[in-house]
Design a protein around this ligand. Structure first.
Ligand SMILES: [Zn+2]
Length: 1122
């Protein structure tokens, strides 16, 4: 703004305040009105900065205090006040200080019968009330009584005034002291009556803003416990429920529906979860004092103090601030390397885990002419790399294991041909899943019907004739040879029979081996059954499944159904049909209800309650020795009818939001489908949403400082067959026994002349299971000194996964990594020849086995124990860290350390790394970073993966070091072992919103592919490093040239300075607002009515102006990285 204009404005304001001349005041007001009615908000904000608010308020007070106030001055003045006040965050405070509240209230009282004057007073009150403190003051001075007088009784005269008054009242009720006053003076029944009057008379929906303002009044009052009680006593639930039912189909009533629903949710009486205790149904005597972290406080039931200037807070900027507060800004902590956390001599025990460094390979007598490389045959192809052709997978059924007839050479498709650049040809449609090909084709002409094969009808027959109910297929862990029970023996025979009649070539799976592994797996509850899918195996579906399109209004319909339980309880059954806590048998097979079961590895259903005929409330078990972390679920359901939509509600979820609101579906495995030749976990479910419910655990129960609230995941499933046994899970299960099975098969599958594959035990877990450690590299060419030297000098790469048991996606990524590394892919061969991989595929076996979501058997998050793990309390972490320390002590710290995880809030796959500079920069720390030296090599691998891997995106990566993450693997390995490329790799539970898989949910195939792509990334990283050997470069170049230009291109591209995409929003806006908070106000309310108030004032103003657009600050979110 020009200097002249600025000084001109100041002169005007000064004159306005000092002048007592009516004409000059009017002239100035007109001039200001003109000035502010054109241009943007910036002009108004400038005026505010120059004391504009004070000048106008002072003029108001001076004018109003005269014996007969001059409304010719007052009306334009009020309009200016409202316009300026809307943009001045301190306006309420200023009005209070200049005593403008009282004069305005007095003017309003005097003008109760003069609509135009009253309307102007109300506008001013509206902006005064935007500050909660000022609003409270207005309440004390009787403003609410005045407003109630204006809006009661119901009348359709003076609707403009009624609307303004109702809106002021709603604003005042944001103050809790005002709400309390309203409850004490019994405003609630009156407001409800007004609501009903307007609702029944306004059939043309002409007065939606008035109706909404009345609901907002109730909504604010309902934030108080006493307000909710008054609302319930006045039949508020019934009244609003029927209003909303009437409005549902009318789009123009959206503001009423959403506000009404918020009130219903707020007022739904809180109740404890239908559980005897929130502690896990399983407890395990663990060593040491269990220091389970205190439950996260999600909300406060009721804090009745007056919030101060609540709406001055911008919730977005608050969040960012909190996050930044968590950043580590202590340069010493960031850059100093702590000492060893254990006696140095203890490290020697890990020498035995690095036999590759001492083995002399005497069996490898170097015989001239015996070219090891000529033997190209390997058993295992990396089957998860999508290929158009369908190589026959490794088939290891009982009678085939020894036969070795699987030597046929699989079709070779190098990983290189599958990289991200080939966006057009990615397998979105039909190139999925070699491994299921041999029978998939047979059944491709329709689900289980018709010509396809005698085995289908055979199986169906066997169900009928032998009366094998599906429960028999629950697969006892103990086979006949271990038990005398006839039933068990029969079952085992039946399984044998099934496997013989349905020999399915399942890649890297073998039911008998699985059974053997499961038998030796130790669980807290001593599981005696296996889940059929884990036993029988899973083949990825033929094509990736798209994300579920969320239907508009699905959440409100579910919530209304929940409310209906309360007010129309007649059809509610409320029968417990499954429970880990009740001693008596609950499974009543005679009745028509579903049967549930989850006493198998990774299963964790705790209770099922039939609510309506086809609706069940489910509760999942807390982590062992914990009262929390319910999110993961895995259970069996049987006894279903065909073509009936069943609704399931998991009512004790804990996370505040979920990808289930953004297109994610759960997974289902049907036993009948499996026996028909489709043994596949598929994404399933519709009408899915995730929202805060009315369950609440009180302080006394949680032992925390405050109670906590719960969330419902609701979904509908129509099962594929009647009387089937189906398994439902949060994500594709991957059990500990599956891992052991898989590792054994992998070990058997590799060509041991070429691949050095060693499986050993890192340590025993608290639960008595062994934690596997895998070493993979290439065998030395011979045992000559040179070859052994090359072999032993290969740099290490360390990869871990599944420290969080609920993150089964991490195991599928790991499966892809392992299978790729031992495969005959030329890239895998190069990797083996140049690196030694140390892999701990499951850092938390006990958690996985016992169906935990987050913790170990001690109820603690193992990924918060890396700073000072104990050998007795966190053995897997202690020894994983010990192994890394050992490698460091012999100068062999890994080039890359990566811990695979799953992410429940974001899409895609991305890395978290560590950078001092980025952390300090983000925290805007005052410490100079210019003299800190930090190489930026930590960014190279994610950049490479961004170019290679279809699911990966750089834009979600972060390299900040948070205080709250100081004890995670990523930060500890970075800081204590000095590994600059230390990462957490997060894979979405859902899928991708970018790249070739955009709009698709992950299948196991995509996750496994990511694991393979990660390995390719490691190779490219090496090629780009200065230390890369000439020989490797030459060989890689030959390989890459053969693979068209693909890799060359990233190598070139990678070296240039690629621009970093600014951080994407986590989520696109959802179709309906997901409002969880009962205590926080949607800022939309406010802004909506503000610009609306603006509009009303403009309409009334002398000068109609156009184009006065809002220019709200849009620079939210994190700054782009420089
Ligand atoms: Zn995790």
């Amino acid at each position: 703004m020009a200097e002249q204009e600025a000084s001109g404005l100041q002169v005007l304001l000064h004159t306005l305040q000092s002048s007592s001349d009516r004409e000059s005041i009017l002239a100035i007001l007109r001039l200001l009105g003109d000035l502010l009615s054109v241009g943007t908000d910036r002009r108004i904000r400038y005026m505010i900065s120059k004391g504009g608010s004070e000048a106008l308020l002072q003029t108001l007070v001076d004018t109003a205090r005269t014996a007969s106030p001059d409304y010719v001055i007052l009306l334009p003045l009020f309009r200016l006040l409202a316009k300026v006040g809307l943009r001045d965050k301190k306006f309420g405070q200023k009005a209070l200080e200049l005593e403008a509240l009282d004069v305005t209230l007095i003017l309003a009282r005097k003008n109760l019968c003069h609509s135009q004057n009253l309307l102007h007073c109300l506008w001013a009150l509206r902006v005064f009330a935007s500050s909660v403190t000022t609003g409270a003051m207005l309440g004390i001075n009787g403003a609410m009584e005045l407003l109630l007088k204006v809006i009661t009784p119901y009348t359709q005269q003076r609707t403009q005034v009624i609307r303004a008054a109702a809106e002021v009242l709603a604003a005042l009720l944001k103050s809790k002291s005002n709400s309390r006053r309203a409850v004490n003076r019994s405003y609630v029944p009156g407001l409800l009556r007004l609501h009903q009057d307007w609702h029944s008379h306004d059939t043309a929906n002409s007065f939606v803003p008035i109706r909404r303002a009345l609901l907002l009044c109730l909504k604010h009052i309902a934030k108080l416990r006493s307000g909710r009680e008054a609302f319930l006593a006045a039949q508020g639930m019934e009244i609003l429920f029927s209003t909303i039912q009437n409005c549902l189909d009318d789009q123009s009533l959206e503001p009423i529906i959403s506000t009404g629903l918020q009130i219903l949710r707020q007022c739904y009486p809180k109740s404890p979860l239908p559980l005897v205790t929130s502690s896990s149904a399983y407890s395990f005597p663990v060593p040491g004092i269990v220091t389970s972290e205190t439950p996260r406080v999600l909300t406060e039931e009721d804090y009745e103090d007056d919030g101060e200037e609540e709406e001055d807070k911008d919730s977005d900027s608050e969040d960012v601030k909190e996050e930044d507060d968590d950043l580590e800004t202590d340069v010493n902590k960031l850059s100093s390397k702590p000492g060893l956390d254990r006696p140095e001599e203890e490290l020697m025990q890990y020498k035995a885990m690095c036999l590759e460094l001492s083995c002399s390979f005497e069996e490898l007598e170097s015989k001239p002419g015996d070219d090891l490389n000529s033997d190209e045959t390997e058993y295992a192809n990396h089957h998860h790399i999508p290929t158009a052709a369908s190589p026959k997978g490794l088939c290891l059924n009982k009678d085939q294991i020894s036969g070795g007839q699987e030597k046929e050479v699989p079709v070779q498709t190098s990983l290189l041909s599958r990289v991200k650049m080939e966006r057009s040809s990615v397998h979105v449609t039909s190139e999925r899943g070699p491994g299921m090909n041999s029978y998939q084709n047979v059944h491709s002409n329709g689900p289980g019907i018709g010509s396809s094969g005698s085995d289908v009808s055979d199986i169906q027959a066997s169900f009928r004739e032998d009366a094998w109910d599906m429960d028999a297929i629950s697969c006892p862990r103990i086979s006949a040879s271990f038990s005398n029970s006839t039933k068990t023996r029969e079952t085992a025979e039946f399984i044998d029979q099934l496997l013989q009649t349905h020999p399915k070539p399942m890649v890297f799976h073998d039911p008998y081996l699985y059974m053997a592994k499961a038998r030796r797996t130790t669980s807290v509850a001593d599981f005696s059954m296996m889940a059929f899918p884990d036993f029988w195996g899973h083949c990825p579906p033929l094509s990736a499944q798209p994300m579920l399109q969320r239907k508009c209004g699905v959440q409100r319909i579910k919530i209304l159904e929940d409310v209906r339980r309360l007010i129309q309880p007649s059809d509610i059954i409320n029968k417990v049909v499954f429970s880990l806590d009740e001693p008596w048998p609950l499974q009543d097979t005679a009745s028509d209800c579903l049967q549930f079961f989850s006493a198998f590895e990774s299963g964790n259903l705790r209770k099922a309650i039939q609510v309506r005929e086809f609706e069940y409330d489910l509760l999942v078990n807390a982590d062992v020795n914990s009262t929390q972390h319910q999110q993961w679920f895995y259970f069996k359901v049987s006894g279903m009818r065909a073509a009936v939509p069943y609704r399931f509600n998991i009512i004790n979820c804990e996370k505040p939001n979920s990808q289930f609101n953004y297109g994610m579906q759960l997974t289902l495995y049907s036993v009948k489908e499996a026996l028909l030749g489709r043994p596949t976990w598929v994404r399933t479910g519709y009408d899915i949403c995730y929202y805060k419910n009315h369950y609440h655990q009180r302080t006394a129960v949680t032992g925390a400082a405050s109670g906590k609230c719960y969330y419902t995941l609701t979904f509908a499933v129509t099962f594929p067959h009647a009387e089937d046994a189906c398994y439902l899970a949060y994500h594709y299960p991957y059990t500990y026994s599956a891992l052991l099975t898989h590792l054994d098969i992998l070990e058997k599958s590799v060509n041991h002349k070429q691949v050095y594959f060693r499986q050993e035990v890192l340590c025993q877990t608290l639960g008595g299971n062994s934690c596997p450690l895998v070493t993979i590299t290439a065998m030395p060419e011979s045992n000559s000194a040179d070859h052994l030297e090359q072999f032993r000098q290969r740099p290490y790469q360390v990869i871990t996964a599944r420290v969080h048991p609920g993150e089964s996606n991490a195991s599928w990524v790991m499966k892809g990594t392992l299978e790729f590394l031992v495969s005959s892919d030329p890239v895998a061969r190069l990797l083996r020849e140049n690196f030694i991989f140390k892999i701990i595929p499951m850092l938390n076996p006990d958690g996985v086995i016992n169906g935990n979501h987050r913790c170990s058997l001690r109820g603690e998050d193992l990924n918060r124990q890396w700073l000072s793990p104990s050998a007795h309390l966190q053995p897997t972490i202690y020894h994983a860290k010990g192994l890394l320390h050992y490698l460091g002590s012999i100068g062999r710290s890994p080039m890359v350390f990566c811990d695979f995880h799953g992410h429940s809030q974001k899409k895609n796959v991305f890395l978290y790394g560590c950078s001092i500079k980025e952390t300090l920069w983000q925290a805007e720390a005052t410490v100079g970073t210019s003299n800190l030296s930090e190489d930026v090599s930590y960014r190279t691998l994610p950049k490479i993966l961004d170019k290679l891997a279809p699911a990966f995106t750089m834009s979600s990566c972060s390299f900040l070091v948070e205080k709250s993450r100081a004890s995670t693997a990523r930060v500890v390995v970075w800081r204590e072992m000095g590994v600059s490329r230390s990462y957490t790799m997060e894979s979405s539970y859902c899928g991708c919103n970018q790249g070739p898989y955009q709009g698709l949910q992950f299948g196991t195939g995509e996750l496994e592919e990511m694991g393979a792509m990660f390995c390719l990334g490691l190779l490219v990283l090496e090629l780009k490093s200065g230390s890369c050997s000439h020989q490797l470069l030459t060989r890689a170049a030959a390989l890459l040239n053969a693979e068209e230009e693909s890799l060359d291109v990233y190598l070139q591209r990678g070296s240039s300075n690629s621009s970093i995409a600014s951080e994407l929003d986590d989520e696109p806006p959802c179709l309906e607002e997901i409002e969880y908070g009962t205590g926080t106000d949607s800022s939309l309310d406010q802004e909506g009515s503000f610009s609306e108030l603006d509009r009303q004032i403009q309409e009334c103003a002398f000068h109609k102006d156009e184009g006065d657009e809002e220019e709200e600050g849009t620079g939210k979110g994190r700054k782009a990285i420089p």
